[in-house]
Design a binder for this molecule. Structure first.
Ligand SMILES: [Zn+2]
Ligand SMILES: [Zn+2]
Length: 715
């Protein structure tokens, strides 16, 4: 446009000074916006200024208000560079441009400039420098620009950690994987363990993960479609620049082979290559897919340091010499009807902001499992990347580091409050207390299911109170028992429990959630039935333990018990396993058996008598796989319809317009459908998550909303 003036990064804003035609300029800017760019708002101001030629000025440290860029899959143009023999970046794994590549995972501070990333240690060569400075080049001001000559380098290491001299580390690595090795590949923001599908069982034994499903990476969408049934919406997510792992249903003909990868499940997590390194790996592989799972010690965060990787005791390691600044696990999601259910919201999606109910600066730390942290600033909520289960010190430390880093990037100085869970034994409370002391901020305890409800309100932009069916594995109840089958009336300020289930004793406390036969034993003892799951001596001990055992109203445990009684799963090797495996039966079964769902009102809480349902279940006869699926479906459908019916009745009586469903059980597509149908039949709106994880990964969002509402209310 032959304009004079300048442009610069001012903090997290872009500042443009031009001498004429501002309307035309803004229109053209919007029209030619690159795929990753987004204009949130435009502020205009007329200034007196002498204009010389057009120039790009150095970034300044101004106020930090907008986005911190997320990692984005390699773009088509860069991929074509990587695949073109003769190109400067032919087969160069770090190929990227201004529109693609690592961002969040390499950024130490904002504004986003090379000197504040882990690329700082790599001096640009002459060729890269001239691309970087040429405003007509695709890599003009691409902060992480590099090439074979000047960029980071991969090296291959053997089992003992000794470097293997080879001119083709990727080719050799691919060869080893195809001949049965279990290897490690370092990426942008983390490390993956890689094996062929055939070696998945070997991986399982060296890697000690029980029946936990592994994700796979497929060469392209066509090869992914050969393994699984992929809808257009799922394809769109799988091929998006964020490249999440998408859970999709296995094709029947491949189900037996894929059982090694995700044992006993109807679905499988598939992702497509997102970095140059992945494409390079597939360039050398003859197979169309490999198992690719985060590399970590059990219960610890993903490995990021080269030296620590060797502790995993794998066959070979393909490592590079660029530091990982921010660890970021792969995101995992599934389509739940029309909704997106984030099982893990991390790489590619963080730290993108969500509009919030308050303008305060609040930090929140999550619960105990699937933890994320959150930081709010001026009406926007930012979730950290996925942190994990915080039983171990390393993970707690990671949580605190991630929150502090996010706060630094956002430029939040004064913190008004720190939100935490009420459970006295959750280790995240340690982090909350340390942050509250450091920032001299108020500690705000939040009830677990209130936080789930508030999280859903933020997700759907709701401000009116509603009825929330909040079902998951466990959360600290107001009566100090374990809750998890609760229906609440809630808004950001308060909540009231209106629905629950009759409690089940947990024989041996938490052990009953792992060895779920103990749940069944407790139910049978209460119903005066013979316990066949354990030797007689154990049963005798159990009957003495029964009256003194802690109890739970958790829907997760109801599903666990059902899964065990129907012989789907009788020992949990990962969180949610028995209920997740039950979904396959629920999806194929029909509600042909009748269950009489009795309930009573205890202290204003409509309590469904699940024990009475189990009694009926034991008395029913069914045959074969179809009968088993039908009985499972009948039980769950009767229970869900009753709970949803109760929720609707209360909603109408109190003049509330909607029913929300949240908590880990809302990942279950069949249960979500049953509840949705029942609620919509009553002409009430039904909401489930779309942008914040349904499970405990969304707790920090709810804590933030509640704590923010509390401190803002004092103004
Ligand atoms: Zn690119
Ligand atoms: Zn270079």
């Amino acid at each position: 446009m032959r304009l004079k003036g300048y442009v610069l990064n001012n903090g997290s804003n872009v500042e443009v000074h031009i001498d004429k035609n501002p309307d035309e300029f803004i229109a053209k800017l919007k029209e030619h916006l690159s795929p990753l760019a987004r204009i949130d708002s435009v502020e205009r101001e007329e200034v007196e200024e002498k204009f010389g030629a057009f120039e790009i000025r150095h970034s300044s440290n101004g106020r930090r208000v907008s986005l911190i860029p997320s990692d984005t899959a390699i773009c088509d143009k860069c991929l074509s560079d990587l695949n073109s023999a003769g190109n400067r970046r032919y087969l160069f794994p770090f190929t990227n441009c201004t529109e693609c590549g690592a961002r969040f995972t390499v950024i130490k501070d904002v504004p986003y400039d090379r000197s504040r990333t882990s690329m700082e240690e790599f001096q640009m060569c002459g060729d890269c420098q001239s691309e970087y400075s040429d405003q007509y080049d695709r890599r003009f001001h691409a902060q992480t620009i590099s090439c074979q000559k000047c960029g980071p380098k991969y090296r291959l290491y053997d089992k003992a950690g000794s470097a293997i001299r080879t001119p083709e580390p990727f080719e050799d690595f691919a060869g080893k994987i195809e001949s049965g090795a279990v290897g490690l590949l370092k990426g942008w923001g983390g490390m993956h363990v890689v094996s062929t599908f055939e070696s998945a069982s070997k991986l399982r034994s060296v890697y000690r993960r029980g029946e936990k499903p592994y994700a796979v990476m497929m060469r392209d969408i066509e090869s992914a479609k050969k393994l699984a049934v992929i809808s257009p919406a799922e394809e769109k997510l799988m091929t998006s620049p964020q490249r999440p792992i998408v859970l999709v249903n296995k094709r029947a003909e491949h189900a037996p082979m894929l059982d090694r990868v995700s044992p006993g499940l109807m679905n499988i997590g598939i992702m497509l290559p997102y970095s140059g390194a992945h494409h390079l790996l597939f360039h050398h592989l003859t197979v169309d897919g490999v198992v690719m799972t985060s590399a970590n010690q059990p219960g610890e965060p993903m490995v990021t340091e080269n030296l620590k990787a060797f502790d995993l005791n794998l066959d070979c390691y393909l490592l590079h010499d660029r530091r990982i600044v921010n660890r970021c696990d792969d995101s995992v999601l599934r389509m739940n009807g029309e909704n997106i259910a984030f099982i893990r919201k991390s790489r590619g999606f963080v730290p993108a902001p969500l509009p919030l109910n308050h303008k305060r600066s609040v930090i929140s730390v999550g619960a105990q499992w699937d933890v994320t942290g959150a930081v709010s600033r001026n009406g926007e909520l930012f979730l950290t990347q996925y942190i994990g289960e915080t039983d171990k010190y390393q993970t707690l430390q990671y949580l605190e580091t991630a929150i502090r880093h996010l706060r630094d990037l956002l430029g939040v100085e004064k913190v008004d409050a720190v939100g935490l869970d009420k459970h006295p034994k959750y280790s995240t409370r340690i982090v909350a207390k340390s942050l509250a002391a450091f920032f001299n901020a108020e500690l705000v305890e939040t009830q677990h299911y209130h936080a789930h409800a508030a999280s859903l309100m933020i997700d759907k932009g709701l401000s009116e109170p509603g009825v929330f069916i909040t079902w998951d594995g466990t959360g600290y109840g107001d009566d100090r028992t374990s809750w998890g089958g609760e229906t609440l009336i809630a808004d950001f300020g308060q909540y009231r429990r209106i629905g629950s289930f009759r409690t089940i004793p947990l024989l041996g406390g938490d052990r009953a959630a792992i060895d779920i036969r103990r749940l069944v034993a407790a139910i049978k003892l209460l119903l005066n039935r013979e316990v066949t799951e354990f030797p007689e001596a154990d049963v005798e001990v159990f009957s003495k333990m029964l009256p003194k055992s802690p109890v739970t109203s958790s829907m997760g445990r109801v599903l666990d018990a059902l899964s065990c009684i129907l012989d789907v799963c009788n020992k949990r090797s990962y969180e949610g396993e028995p209920a997740i495996k039950l979904e396959r039966l629920l999806a194929t079964g029909r509600p042909v058996f009748k269950f009489n769902v009795a309930g009573e009102i205890v202290d204003g809480v409509r309590t469904i008598d699940t024990m009475n349902m189990f009694k009926q279940l034991f008395e029913k006869q069914w045959q074969g796989e179809k009968g088993r699926a039908n009985i499972a479906r009948s039980f769950v459908e009767a229970l869900c319809n009753e709970a949803a019916g109760n929720a609707c009745e209360v909603a109408k009586a109190e003049g509330l317009k909607y029913v929300g469903f949240c908590g880990g059980v809302s990942y279950n597509g069949v249960i979500t459908d049953i509840l949705r149908k029942r609620v919509e039949a009553e002409k009430l709106a039904f909401f489930v998550h779309d942008r914040i994880p349904n499970g405990d990964g969304g707790i920090s969002a709810g804590q933030n909303a509640i704590a923010g509402a509390k401190v803002a209310g004092k103004d």
